[in-house]
Design a protein around this ligand. Structure first.
Ligand SMILES: [Fe+2]
Ligand SMILES: [Fe+2]
Length: 262
């Protein structure tokens, strides 16, 4: 018999002890690894959702100033994510633009209320004031790397592919892709929604205006590849708009937080 085997038989009671210790140790280490991995994953998820919550809270503060009680910021985020997906953008970009698109009009917090809610067309001077919400927005969002997308969106969401937009008159690919995407998403939603100075259009009319133009909105305003992506997924735009139709947020809040009358 192999000497080693005989030796093993002689000390046979010791070998299971060490095996047991080793087994317990590795199981414990494995369990701890799973515990810490799950813990840090849960913490990362919680931080992500707190981050998104704060972005929406900030955006809603501005919507309240505009006397908007709808889901505009949520719809625009979903439209942007849909186009980004159609363009084959990375997963992280799609997730980020869905949330940070909500910051596009954050600079309106510094726009006078009477201009924001004026029921008539703005004068040229009022337009100049209104246009500043883009640069104010970029300053408010700041320069944290996690909010770089939101900052670009606030700054460039009114730039136009043909260079006729504001605040910088950027042209073509000089406009960051997030600015190109939100331009069409925000435009579609603006056309579908009632404003102090206009009625809401139906889906077909909004698409016709974007793809063929109406003198005010022109296809040349949009990036050709973003416009192409929009045409491919326009039916889903309609579905998102219907799913996230405006509601009366103030009334819902009251219903949620105020005790019901007996
Ligand atoms: Fe804007
Ligand atoms: Fe908007």
């Amino acid at each position: 018999m192999w000497q080693g085997s005989r030796y093993l038989m002689q000390i046979g009671t010791k070998i299971p002890d060490w095996t047991l210790v080793f087994g317990i140790f590795t199981s414990l280490a494995f369990a701890l690894m799973i515990y810490f991995a799950r813990n840090s994953l849960a913490r990362a998820k919680s931080l992500d959702s707190a981050f998104a919550y704060m972005v929406y809270a900030l955006a809603r503060a501005v919507e309240a100033k505009e006397e908007e009680t709808g889901n505009h910021i949520l719809r625009v985020g979903e439209f942007c994510a849909l186009i980004a997906q159609q363009l084959g953008m990375p997963r992280q970009f799609i997730d980020d633009i869905r949330v940070q698109a909500a910051l596009h009009d954050i600079g309106k917090i510094q726009t006078p209320q009477e201009i924001l809610t004026k029921p008539k067309p703005l004068t040229p001077e009022e337009w100049d004031v209104m246009k500043r919400h883009t640069t104010y927005g970029a300053v408010i969002v700041g320069d944290h790397e996690r909010l770089a997308l939101g900052r670009n969106i606030a700054l460039t969401h009114h730039e136009k592919w043909d260079g006729s937009g504001y605040p910088c008159g950027l042209k073509g690919e000089a406009i960051p892709i997030e600015g190109q995407i939100i331009a069409i998403a925000d435009q579609y939603d603006a056309l579908r929604s009632r404003r102090p100075y206009k009625l809401a259009y139906d889906h077909q009319t909004a698409c016709k205006i974007i793809t063929e133009g109406d003198g005010r909105v022109m296809p040349a305003h949009f990036s050709p590849r973003v416009l192409k992506a929009f045409k491919t997924v326009e039916a889903e735009f309609a579905a998102i708009y219907d799913k996230l139709k405006d509601n009366n947020a103030a009334e819902e809040f009251k219903a949620d937080f105020c005790p019901q009358n007996p």
